[in-house]
Design a protein around this ligand. Sequence first.
Ligand code: NAI
Length: 303
Amino acid sequence: SNRLLSTSKVLQKQVQNVTIIGAGLMGSGIAQVSAQSKLNVVLVDQNDAALQKATKGIHSSLARVAKKKFAEDAAAQNKFVEGTTKYIKTTTNINEGVKDADLVIEAIVENIDVKRKLFAELEKNVKSDAILTTNTSSLKLSDIGLNLKNKQNFGGLHFFNPVPMMKLLEVVRHAETSDDTFKTLNDYGKAIGKTTVACKDTPGFIVNRLLVPYMFEALRMVERGDATMEDVDIAMKLGAGYPMGPFELTDYVGLDTSKFIMDGWHKAYPNEPLFKPSDLLSKKVAEGKLGRKSGEGFYKYTK
Ligand code: NAI
């Protein structure tokens, strides 16, 4: 049994090179936390402007971390920022960007066709034992990975926004994810300082499966005229101890994003009453009231 143990140790993959595809809000955060843990990061985007914006964003986010870490010491702050950014390379060439990766994390647009196409392409260009993962919030892994030949090396890493602040990482295994892959993904999560929870390939995993129907139930409560939206937000903050009420939270997440998630789930599970769309939300989205990012959602925001 000792020999078995040491054999499994040798077989256990170690993640050293991480390639992140999609340098938006999530991808840049994932790149930052991976680099902070001294992993070699390649950040890929089809759009060079996105890479430049991400590089700038990571730099200022690291500067904030450094200020907290090394309060009075400007030289130490500098060393931390430069030392960390050194671990991040960027490229618009996806095939080039993934060729040395032990782990690929996909964080591109939430569109099933675009993701499927990307994964088919990825599989042709990565090392045979590379692990491929998606950061999807609302799509099924079994759909995204439908055309993959090696489904054992495929799983989910669902991060939370803002990635450097939020402690949780949902590690998702679909029916064919191997134990070895699942373990490596958990080890990666711990290496970057996250607390991991194990999820199956079900809509919304743990957090969004509970949170999104709760947000929609709040909408229905207001639609019925049972309470005002202001009172619902006050009630959940002071009565349940939540940091934001459900309407403030929907403004933060984006009304369009919330609608997109629910529409997808409703289509896949038409008989699930918890996944019923909301007229109030659809009306706001049609009016271009998307939440904080557009200056108005359920509340008005001044920039
Ligand atoms: P974003 O719109 O900020 O960034 C997406 C980036 O991907 C853009 O820079 C775009 O140029 C790039 N991109 C699009 N298609 C590409 C392709 N085929 N190849 C290479 N690059 C491509 O999006 P965000 O918010 O970062 O979301 C990314 C993913 O993470 C989505 O699947 C989303 O559902 C998921 N997610 C989002 C969360 C959030 O709070 N925003 C939370 C957890 C997961």
